[in-house]
Ligand binder design. Structure first.
Ligand SMILES: [Zn+2]
Length: 228
């Protein structure tokens, strides 16, 4: 059994941008882990306090993961205060080791949001620390074979989709699961569901499927060997 981990800066990031591929893996019997580095509580809507919104978002992330038969982890870092530190990268890498993660889906390096930029850098280093056999930690290294950058409307600068996946079968499960999130049903700042549903439709058209999802990879990884 493979473990697929999606890492997001705020609750909702991983579920909206990587959720279709997570749902497909869940249907194929793989283990799913969502890791939200903050609970996104600073976008506190009317009727909530920051603390009650934090708890609400943690519950929503839990419901999303549960619908995919997976696990949700939300760290205790305050929303808006995510910054890079090697200590935090190692903490994330230990979670990757604990769940024996084989694929990591996460933020592209550029973003309009500082927390997303920090999340990208933290995850990149966590993958390094989690994979390195000579980096001694209590648990053995995680068997990470693949890491991909998710398509996030806030992280669009320089993002180029490269790896496409057919998620036609997974789409209904994802849509039902993602509607558990506050952002999807109530946000007035951005039409999350309209955007990500439309994106899945458009990415699907490009691969001649009903629904698709696409991820970026590093420039250095774009290499093909041709026979002649
Ligand atoms: Zn975010």
């Amino acid at each position: 059994m493979k473990t697929i981990m999606a890492v997001g800066a705020h609750t909702g990031d991983a579920q909206l941008t990587s959720g279709l591929l997570l749902a497909r893996h869940a249907q194929e019997g793989d283990r799913i882990v969502t890791l939200d580095l903050t609970a996104g509580e600073r976008g506190t809507p009317a009727g909530f306090t920051q603390e009650s919104f934090r708890q609400y978002n943690i519950e929503c992330a839990g419901q999303f993961a549960q619908m995919l038969g997976g696990k949700s982890i939300v760290l205790d870092i305050p929303d808006g205060e995510l910054t890079y530190s090697q200590e935090l990268a190692i903490r994330i890498s230990d979670i990757m080791r604990e769940y024996e993660v084989s694929t990591v889906l996460y933020h592209w390096k550029n973003s309009m949001h500082k927390d997303h930029i920090a999340a990208s850098q933290l995850t990149t280093d966590a993958i390094f620390f989690a994979s390195l056999g000579t980096f001694e930690r209590p648990l053995p290294p995680a068997p990470i074979r693949r890491f991909l950058y998710a398509e996030n409307w806030e992280d669009s600068e320089g993002f180029v989709p490269y790896a496409y996946f057919d998620v036609t079968q997974a789409f209904p499960l994802w849509k039902e699961a993602v509607r558990k999130l506050w952002l999807t049903e109530h946000s007035r700042d951005f039409r999350y569901l309209q955007y990500y549903e439309g994106l899945a439709r458009m990415r699907g058209a490009l691969i001649k499927k009903e629904y698709g999802t696409a991820f970026g990879i590093d420039e250095y990884a774009k290499r093909v060997v041709m026979e002649t």
